[in-house]
Design a protein around this ligand. Structure first.
Ligand SMILES: *Cc1c(COP(=O)(O)O)cnc(C)c1O
Length: 424
């Protein structure tokens, strides 16, 4: 792109566009991307960057993938979209079946949503409507752990970390849920479990559901915790008769080395949210899955229906590309390759541990995290890694990477070296 076109576009962006979690115009102008292919983003100024972010966990097979492109093109030739009320179609039916086969056994019912946040709203509605259908109208609160992230709509926000999610800005719309201290990565989480049990016991008539991200707390702080904690939460949920929602929107489809993070603990939630990598990064799409028990209860008592129905529900283009992405994933040597990526990330990032700004280094599957003592200078770090040919988006005290699964060994080394250099 020539320089004057680029400048014109960026001026229009600054004048009219609002970017995520930003003032408008943004304090630092965004970089214009012209195209993306494989692991590479091509900027309009001619630079090419290795994508260390997978466009926020989503583009697991890389960009401009011939199989995914073909799936969208083929679907386009028959229909781009039809309403889902009273109508159905093959891509939605086949995708539902595939998701049921892939996920833990008891999850047999699929509700399609247009984004991850919406799938969390639907999960919350399922939990509340379940108890309502059983005559327990007071059971309509949620319990969660601190440092979580579940999306940007109000129900989801209400269970995001109260500090990171700036609950003080939104008053009654987000207040009133139950929070337990987040589990620590190294185990020894008895205190948190005791606190959770006490809250569940004292407020049993009010709590409908426990919601958490299994194994990895993503945007709320990039924290990991051991499978044992998840196992014990499942036991507590059964003991105190509350449902369990696993938000697998970030962790689902292989990111932690297992298809779903719940598998590390052999836990089956009552409700599970999937999104992000579901379409391989092609389209905004998600699903809320639940058990026959929850579905039947909602479907046969009270209003006898789930009160939700997005306009673009089960969009055929999204279903088709999701099916194609799951097909690619089925051929991918998940455990082996994610294990290798984990090892390379660990070898590369452990070298940063001794650097003065670094507080902690942690790696799980294809997720590598550096936590710093003080908030990082986002612009400075970003420009520094970009000068090394790498795209990352640090925030607060975190510099982290979750690269596409197709990344090469050499590209992983380039990412970890760029991080190391930016902190030295
Ligand atoms: C990204 C994310 C969401 C929200 O998904 P959107 O598609 O951005 O609405 C919810 N939960 C988790 C764990 C996420 O990482």
């Amino acid at each position: 792109m020539n320089l004057s076109d680029l400048e014109k576009l960026l001026a229009l962006d600054a004048e009219h566009v609002w970017h995520p979690y930003a003032a408008a115009p943004a304090v630092v102008a965004p970089y214009l991307v012209e195209s993306a292919s494989g692991t590479r983003l091509k900027l309009a100024d001619g630079r090419e960057l290795i994508d260390g972010m997978s466009s926020w966990w989503a583009a697991i097979h890389g960009y401009n993938h011939p199989v995914l492109n073909q799936a969208v093109t083929d679907q386009l030739a028959s229909m781009a979209h039809v309403m889902f009320g009273g109508l159905t179609h093959e891509p939605a039916i086949l995708l539902a079946k595939k998701l049921v086969d892939l996920t833990p056994d008891r999850l047999t019912r699929v509700f399609f949503c247009d984004s991850g946040s919406v799938s969390v709203e639907v999960a919350i509605k399922m939990a509340i409507q379940y108890w309502l259908s059983l005559g327990q109208a007071a059971k309509n609160k949620l319990l969660t752990i601190r440092h979580g992230y579940h999306g940007d709509t109000f129900g989801a926000m209400s269970v995001c970390d109260p500090v990171a999610g700036m609950h003080h800005l939104f008053g009654d719309l987000v207040n009133g849920q139950f929070f337990v201290e987040a589990p620590a990565p190294s185990g020894g989480n008895e205190r948190q479990l005791v606190e959770m049990e006490r809250m569940l016991a004292e407020n049993n008539g009010r709590i409908a559901v426990v919601i958490l991200e299994p194994m990895v707390q993503g945007a709320g702080g990039m924290r990991f915790y051991p499978p044992d904690f998840l196992k014990k939460v499942r036991v507590l949920c059964d003991q105190y008769q509350v449902l369990l929602i696993a938000d697998e929107i970030a962790t689902g489809f292989g990111r932690t080395g297992r298809m779903f993070a719940c598998e590390h603990a052999a836990v089956t939630p009552d409700i599970m949210c999937v999104g992000k990598a579901l379409t391989g990064g092609y389209l905004s799409f998600a699903a809320t899955m639940t058990t026959e028990e929850v579905c039947r209860t909602i479907s046969t008592k009270g209003p006898k229906m789930l009160m939700h129905g997005p306009t673009y529900m089960a969009n055929p283009l999204a279903c088709s590309v999701a099916l194609a992405s799951l097909g690619l994933l089925a051929q991918f040597p998940l455990a082996r390759r994610i294990g290798e990526i984990e090892l390379l990330l660990r070898q590369g990032l452990e070298k940063c541990r001794e650097l003065a700004p670094v507080k902690d280094v942690r790696v799980l599957g294809a997720i590598g995290v550096i936590e710093t003592h003080a908030p990082v200078d986002q612009q400075k770090i970003q420009e520094c890694v970009m000068a090394q040919g790498v795209w990352l988006r640090p925030f607060n005290n975190l510099i982290y990477t979750m690269p596409p699964f197709i990344i090469s060994d050499q590209e992983i080394v380039m990412i970890t070296e760029a991080i190391n250099f930016s902190l030295s």
